[in-house]
Design a protein around this ligand. Structure first.
Ligand SMILES: Cc1cc2nc3c(=O)[nH]c(=O)nc-3n(C[C@H](O)[C@H](O)[C@H](O)COP(=O)(O)OP(=O)(O)OC[C@H]3O[C@@H](n4cnc5c(N)ncnc54)[C@H](O)[C@@H]3O)c2cc1C
Length: 219
């Protein structure tokens, strides 16, 4: 459709699977920013969690290839045995970490939604939410036009959708990109900035509350 997109390859791959574990997750989602790896544990029903491991691409290949016993052991070690014994109960899926950014979401009688419009780093866990929001915004415009007998694919309508969706996503897209770049850089200055910003962020309660409100969309 002639819509240019810029892509940023973080040089990392995310592996996702479901695991059972002996110690309860207590319904808490965890995210570790370690040197050389990022780990996430998202609680599911019962003694199960969705496990997300982010590593350089060649390290993920090893995890994808090993048998279940070796895989379980490798994940337990990475999680420092916090959940005691862990067992994989799903297939493993690997996703290359590439973000996609485009200036335009629309063209003639055409609109991008979902990741095709805003394909951001999963660290702030909002890609899917933004996808739903894009579908809702576009559907709203179409419904209004349809009920008043107007063209449901007019350029005005599509541009309105584009503006609405850009307003809803731009700030978090840029913030997420900046955070992801900072946390995937292990050079000393980046490590120092991380340490200082976490220290300040953790102590300034209004800032902490503002970030939490932005991510949960509570105003
Ligand atoms: C590890 C990980 C964790 C995430 N965690 C969260 C989270 O906690 N919260 C959140 O909100 N979001 C999260 N996301 C982001 C979320 O998964 C995506 O934003 C969402 O899946 C995008 O949905 P989509 O339908 O737009 O695109 P996709 O899910 O990418 O679907 C596009 C589909 O189109 C297919 N396709 C591509 N090209 C073609 C073609 N030429 N012809 C036919 N089919 C094609 C693809 O195979 C794919 O099935 C996460 C993403 C990852 C990778």
């Amino acid at each position: 459709m002639g819509i240019a997109a810029s892509m940023h390859d973080f040089g990392k791959t995310m592996m996702v699977c479901v695991m059972e574990h002996d110690v309860s997750h207590q319904h808490v989602a965890w995210e570790w920013f370690d040197y050389g790896q990022t780990l996430a544990l998202l609680p599911m029903k019962g003694m199960r969690s969705s496990v997300v491991i982010t590593l350089p691409a060649h390290d993920i290949q090893g995890l994808m290839a090993v048998n279940e016993e070796a895989f379980n052991h490798a994940v337990e070690v990475r999680f420092k045995h916090r959940l005691s014994a862990m067992r994989i109960v799903s297939t493993r899926h690997a996703y290359q970490l590439v973000t996609v950014d485009t200036d335009r979401f629309v063209a003639l009688r055409f609109a991008l939604i979902g990741n095709a419009a805003v394909g951001m780093h999963p660290v702030t866990a909002h890609g899917f939410n933004f996808g739903l929001r894009s579908a809702e915004s576009l559907a709203h415009e179409i419904k209004v036009a349809y009920t008043s007998g107007r063209n449901i694919a007019s350029t005005d309508l599509l541009v309105r959708y584009e503006k609405t969706h850009k307003r809803a996503t731009r700030t978090l897209f840029l913030a997420t990109h900046a955070i992801a770049k900072l946390y995937s850089n292990n050079a000393l200055p980046a490590r120092l900035i991380r340490r200082v910003s976490l220290h300040i962020g953790n102590r300034i309660f209004p800032f902490k509350r503002a970030v939490a409100n932005m991510l949960t969309e509570i105003h």
